[in-house]
Design a protein around this ligand. Structure first.
Ligand SMILES: [Zn+2]
Length: 389
């Protein structure tokens, strides 16, 4: 029997521009859309050293923009980076913010655009819907196919020594997301694998999210998983495979749209402490926790995993829900093995005696844990870390 359409709201960015080499003509693109001409470009040294920023900056200058660059973003960015970036943007009287890079650069760009336009302190912005002011015009250009940050309303910041906190507010949706897959061509295999798997985790966790999943987030998650699952190994084997790179970037963005509305859950909650304590990159930490969490959730999520099996493997005749959900978990394990990413916590420097601390920290991610199809206690979290160790 067909079910009724539930009540739901779906939000996303107003404009997504998909264009190979589009970053090389960013000046033209922004000049046609915005009146502002003093631009702040937020990026990191890795992006600059890879030469990805040069054509972007040239294009902006040629189009008549006055350009200031903040390239001090680091992985797991602490609050001090946000403040430095906003201070430089204020000093430069920036009127528009461009984020260029991985998730951290885009997350900092979002907060910079908000902080410059408002007197609200960052400390009051953590949580859901806490941002009160508006923001500067904002364009986001991802250089990895993973976080989906270009289309989410979320910025993740490291507060104190090790805790990851989220600012989640509609103001963080950018005006424009530019998807230029050429920027991802030089991404090394291990980052291609880890960020690609992270994007798949976004699709999976959005699809099984307990409260806010809806027909639009489901459609986006399914298509994201199809694109990512059929291209992640190809993109890892040959980074110059243009079709695979384009599919991965689009897939990551669709997954981002899905999880901005149907939030991620236990995989991310367990992954964040690995970033906080060990600086395991976000994508990799998610890849490491995915297998154990999928098996943990199986009892409750089997019907949804069976549907995702059909997306990845096609409908398999004669296989019931239990068998297809098992197929799904096995296919995800196969993709992760074939991608070449590290597979165990001990491979990335995590020590046995820290697992209890990680489990206790994971419990702080109540914003995420609440979305998991199965309740996760601290004892469960510890068991999941042990399984991943
Ligand atoms: Zn993620």
């Amino acid at each position: 029997m067909e079910t009724m359409v539930p009540n739901f709201e779906f939000r996303t960015v107003p404009s997504i521009l998909v264009e190979w080499s589009g970053a090389r003509r960013l000046g033209e693109i922004l000049a046609a859309r915005f009146a502002a001409r003093r631009v702040m470009v937020v990026t990191d040294m890795g992006v600059r050293r890879a030469g990805l920023a040069d054509p972007v900056l040239t294009s902006l200058t040629e189009a008549g923009f006055t350009v200031t660059v903040f390239d001090g973003v680091v992985a797991d960015p602490p609050e001090a980076i946000v403040h430095d970036c906003a201070e430089q943007a204020r000093a430069a009287k920036a009127e528009i913010v461009v984020g260029l890079g991985g998730g951290s650069s885009l997350d900092i760009a979002k907060l910079c655009a908000v902080l410059v336009a408002s007197a609200q302190p960052l400390a009051e912005m953590y949580g859901i819907g806490k941002v009160t002011g508006s923001r500067l015009p904002l364009a986001l250009i991802p250089t990895t196919a993973g976080t989906g940050s270009e289309v989410t309303n979320i910025s993740i910041i490291t507060t104190g020594e090790t805790t990851k906190m989220g600012v989640v507010s509609p103001q963080l949706y950018a005006d424009l997301a530019l998807l230029d897959a050429e920027l991802t061509v030089g991404l090394p295999v291990v980052h291609t694998a880890a960020t690609g798997i992270d994007a798949m985790v976004h699709a999976i966790e959005a699809y099984t999210s307990k409260f806010k999943k809806n027909p639009l987030s489901d459609a986006l998650a399914r298509e994201a998983l199809r694109l990512l699952g059929s291209n992640v190994v190809a993109a890892c084997r040959d980074g110059k495979d243009r079709a695979a790179r384009e599919a991965m970037l689009l897939g990551a963005t669709l997954a981002g749209q899905a999880f901005a509305n149907a939030p991620v859950a236990a995989v991310h909650a367990l992954a964040y402490p690995l970033g906080g304590h060990y600086h395991v990159p976000h994508g990799l930490s998610n890849a490491l926790m995915l297998g154990p969490v999928l098996r943990f959730n199986m009892a409750a999520a089997a019907p949804l995993y069976a549907e995702l099996s059909d997306v990845l493997l096609g409908a398999r005749a004669g296989r019931d829900t239990a068998a297809r959900s098992q197929d799904f978990v096995e296919e995800m394990e196969r993709l992760m093995n074939d991608s070449g990413a590290p597979r165990r916590l001990r491979d990335v420097g995590v020590t046995d005696n820290s697992l209890a601390l990680l489990a206790s920290d994971a419990m702080k991610q109540s914003r995420l844990l609440i979305n998991n199809p199965v309740e996760v206690t601290e004892a469960d979290a510890l068991a999941l870390y042990r399984e991943a160790f």
